[in-house]
Write a protein that binds this ligand. Structure first.
Ligand code: ZN
Ligand code: ZN
Length: 391
């Protein structure tokens, strides 16, 4: 009787077929394995920041817990190696659990399904070692009766290194200086704290995208704060965040710091300056017309004011405030007791010298006998607020 035989093991097509490329079913699978991943994978992790390379790019870990971190890094390395090792015949690839993989009995041609579990590991010291059992099922030919079903143990070695970013960071590198100042005065203690907090928050956010966005150093100066930044982009983003919160202006300057010997290009350092407005909540200001205001808020969009003659809350964007000449005004603050309230006027007694004054009725409720915070601008007295007893 005629018929065909497997050229590798000699089994007849009736028994071991259908033949694929002259091979019986078993020999076809043996000759065309899909799990070609090597037994050993070497991986590096930054001892300073925990980052590791994913497809050649340094990324921050999801977890900083050492155990979770090692498994994260080892798994990432395993997955990458696995994906890269599946032959050309695999077009589609999916990771499932071992249980799910056990239930897979059929697959379309070109598809592989893989699962892995760690079977042995030590992570207390470096190199950390994690050994995985990897199992893959796949179909690479339409005549296959049974799927490829291959299992292998793969060991991942995780060693310590210092990533390029941390090398620069630890070497004292910085690319830009962010200077935070206030217009015409030093930064207040409260502003320094608030800016410090804002910068910290924002840097965390920036570093998720810009790994060089670190703060190398923070210098407290009499007039303000200097942040030494790993990237100019990060310095700019921080300046914008500060302006958004506090208002002000941003400017940049470049300083020639040397020459790159390899490229013979000039190397510049950027200074990004953000200058927040001189006004603060509680300041007394006046415009060109002589209207007197108490500053009730300062922000990125402008300044909030309470007109002390009308009691009205008003808002000016920074441009308008500048146009109207809103600026600090010489003034004196003090306390006064309302001694009598007339139809149009109010009689008050200065709590410092006990002198009696007659003033215009203010746009606020007054009560005889109560003490009020007052401010005097160009000889005119304005009511600020009722003085709390505890003051
Ligand atoms: Zn055979
Ligand atoms: Zn690092």
């Amino acid at each position: 009787m005629g018929g065909r035989f497997c050229y590798r093991c000699g089994i007849s097509e009736e028994e071991g077929g259908p033949l694929i490329d002259g091979l019986c079913q078993v020999c076809y699978r043996k000759e065309n394995p899909v799990l070609l991943i090597s037994d050993e994978i070497n991986m590096e992790i930054c001892q300073n920041c925990g980052s590791y390379r994913k497809r050649g790019v340094w990324v921050d870990p999801k977890s900083y817990n050492l155990e979770e971190l090692i498994f994260e890094v080892a798994e990432s390395a395993l997955l990458e190696a696995l994906e890269d090792s599946l032959g050309e015949k695999v077009k589609e690839f999916e990771i499932v659990s071992m249980e799910e993989l056990g239930r897979v009995v059929d697959l379309p041609v070109g598809k592989a399904v893989a699962a892995f579990v760690p079977v042995r590991w030590h992570i207390g010291y470096f190199p950390a070692i994690v050994t995985y059992e990897v199992r893959v099922k796949a179909r690479t030919h339409e005549l296959q009766r049974e799927l490829h079903d291959e299992t292998k143990q793969v060991t991942v070695y995780v060693r310590q290194t210092v990533c390029p970013r941390c090398q620069k960071f630890l070497g004292g590198y910085f690319e830009a200086i962010l200077q935070v100042r206030a217009e015409g005065r030093p930064l207040s203690e409260g502003e320094r704290k608030a800016i410090g907090r804002l910068v910290e928050e924002k840097v965390d956010e920036i570093m998720r995208k810009d790994r060089m966005g670190f703060i190398q150093d923070t210098i407290e100066k009499e007039e303000g704060l200097d942040f030494y930044m790993g990237s100019t982009l990060s310095a700019r983003k921080l300046a914008q965040a500060i302006r958004e919160r506090f208002g002000g202006t941003i400017s940049e300057a470049y300083e020639l710091v040397g020459m790159d010997r390899q490229t013979s290009r000039e190397v510049y350092r950027t200074s990004v300056s953000v200058r927040i407005p001189k006004f603060r909540k509680g300041d007394i200001v006046a415009d060109r017309e002589g209207n007197v205001y108490e500053v009730t808020g300062v922000g990125g969009k402008g300044i909030s004011l309470r007109n002390l003659s009308t009691g009205r809350e008003e808002h000016r964007d920074w441009k308008t405030a500048k146009r109207e000449g809103i600026d600090e005004v010489e003034h004196e603050e003090g306390d006064a007791m309302v001694t009598s309230i007339g139809k149009d006027g109010v009689q008050i007694m200065d709590m410092e010298n006990y002198r009696i004054y007659e003033v215009e009725k203010p746009p606020m409720e007054l009560r005889e006998g109560d003490v009020y915070r007052m401010v005097e601008v160009k000889g005119r007295k304005y009511f600020l607020s009722k003085k709390e007893i505890s003051d």
